[in-house]
Design a protein around this ligand. Structure first.
Ligand SMILES: Cc1cc2nc3c(=O)[nH]c(=O)nc-3n(C[C@H](O)[C@H](O)[C@H](O)COP(=O)(O)OP(=O)(O)OC[C@H]3O[C@@H](n4cnc5c(N)ncnc54)[C@H](O)[C@@H]3O)c2cc1C
Length: 409
């Protein structure tokens, strides 16, 4: 994993040991021990498949263990712009996919009983100028016209202040409040879900996939720990998609994010928060131990950290990150940085993931390019791809995420 920063999540949870003995055969091999791959292993084990997940470094080593810990709804792009590009039915279908993810999350919470600091206090996005206010109103109206109600609520400056336990800056015009979205401890989530998968029969191994051969009747997966022969393969490498599926290089593009967390302080944020102080956006939450964790400010780097995956801190991004909280919350000037880290995201041109059969393959499926919003996709993606692998047909639910759609070019 490159130079090796460690996230707040990785500091505050214990990664389980991974098996080093790779089985020779499996019904399904899953590559990638982040939220998407672990979800696929979980659903496969639940369906009774002999499933082996391989991870090259550690569970939650990639984006999932280094993120903001928000489980939101919908796509990275706005509902209106998705409707404009792909039509209202597609925009609604994408929304439904992430709602399905929420249903699955609640099912797992009820049935698998692991702790990951899951809180449904809501998240909000601040509006800092008139254009943002107008845009949120237009989006809420478009969603309501499509029957999506109760998920996005507009709050003015005074209403926003009521959601935050410290004085807010005058530059905050209001916010869109999403009352049903969640915050989680991302590493505990991955470790817990992997544990549930193992209890249901999955094998979770340390190995790096080097290459694969996909034949009409089987897939051979070549790894650093030997070969496995499987009926099907799911590639859930997100920021590494270009290595796993070279055909998708340039389509699913690695983009690095920078994050820092402050030492624990008095509780001021119960909800997760976002804003566009820079054009690429910022997000922060206060964890259960009082640590405020903030990421964003990519726009302050000349390349916006595109085409970068190596785990390296960037001062052009880390320094402006430290300005965000004191600017928006004038009383929060005495925070002390405790951890800094980077994390590998993957972006696409239309801000939607690719979830599909790997181009030109028989039994190999791929998921990647979650555009910094994969937490509300992982479980539904795993479910859909396990179904796809078992029946060798593509479920309708992933139709919007086709690898050959027009908006990827
Ligand atoms: C800084 C940051 C903040 C974010 N904030 C949020 C947020 O608040 N909410 C949200 O919804 N999303 C957020 N995201 C995005 C979200 O974390 C991702 O969309 C999601 O975690 C992707 O999950 P994944 O399983 O596809 O990928 P990852 O978690 O990156 O997992 C991929 C795994 O594949 C492994 N791998 C790669 N190649 C191989 C190989 N050849 N062999 C074996 N293993 C391999 C990697 O080691 C890695 O562990 C953020 C991302 C970052 C980086």
């Amino acid at each position: 994993m490159g130079m090796g920063t460690t996230s707040f999540w990785q500091h505050t949870a214990t990664a389980p040991d991974l098996y080093s003995d790779l089985p020779k055969t499996a019904d399904l091999v899953v590559v990638g021990g982040g939220g998407v791959g672990v979800a696929a292993a979980y659903w496969a084990a639940r369906a009774g498949l002999r499933v082996t997940l391989i991870e090259q470094s550690a569970l939650a080593a990639g984006a999932t263990g280094r993120n903001g810990g928000f489980i939101t709804l919908g796509a990275a792009d706005s509902y209106l712009s998705l409707s404009a590009q792909y039509g209202r039915d597609a925009a609604r279908a994408i929304w439904q996919f992430t709602l399905r993810n929420r249903v699955l999350l609640n099912q797992i919470i009820a049935e698998d009983n692991f702790e990951f600091d899951h809180r449904v206090n809501g998240t909000l996005t601040l509006a800092l100028n008139d254009a943002e206010v107008r845009s949120w109103h237009a989006n809420i109206a478009a969603m309501e016209a499509d029957g999506i109600t109760g998920e996005y609520e507009w709050r003015d400056h005074v209403g926003t202040q009521k959601l935050i336990n410290t004085q807010i800056s005058e530059e905050i015009d209001g916010c869109v409040f999403k009352p049903n979205t969640a915050l989680v401890h991302s590493a505990k989530y991955v470790f817990g879900l992997a544990g549930a998968a193992v209890r249901r029969g999955a094998k979770v191994c340390i190995a790096q996939m080097r290459s694969f051969e996909d034949y009409a009747n089987r897939v051979i997966v070549h790894t650093s720990a030997g070969d496995i022969e499987a009926k099907s393969l799911i590639l859930a490498g997100n920021a590494w998609t270009d290595e796993l599926v070279p055909h998708l290089a340039g389509t699913v593009i690695p983009v690095r994010g920078q994050v820092l967390s402050y030492a624990p302080s008095a509780r001021v944020f119960d909800v997760g928060m976002g804003a566009s102080v820079t054009p690429t956006g910022e997000y922060w939450q206060q964890t259960l131990d009082g640590s405020i964790l903030i990421g964003g400010c990519r726009a302050d780097a000349p390349d916006r950290e595109w085409n970068l995956r190596a785990d390296v801190l960037r001062s052009e991004v880390q320094e402006p990150l430290e300005q965000v909280i004191p600017r928006l919350f004038p009383q929060l000037t005495n925070l002390t940085v405790a951890h800094r880290w980077s994390g590998p995201m993957a972006f696409t041109k239309d801000y939607l993931p690719v979830i599909d059969k790997a181009p030109g393959q028989h039994h190999t499926w791929v998921a990647g390019g979650f555009n910094g919003h994969g937490m509300c996709y992982g479980l539904a993606t795993g479910e859909a791809l396990v179904h796809a692998a078992m029946h060798n047909t593509k479920p309708d639910a992933i139709a919007p995420f086709a690898a050959d759609r027009s908006g990827l070019n």
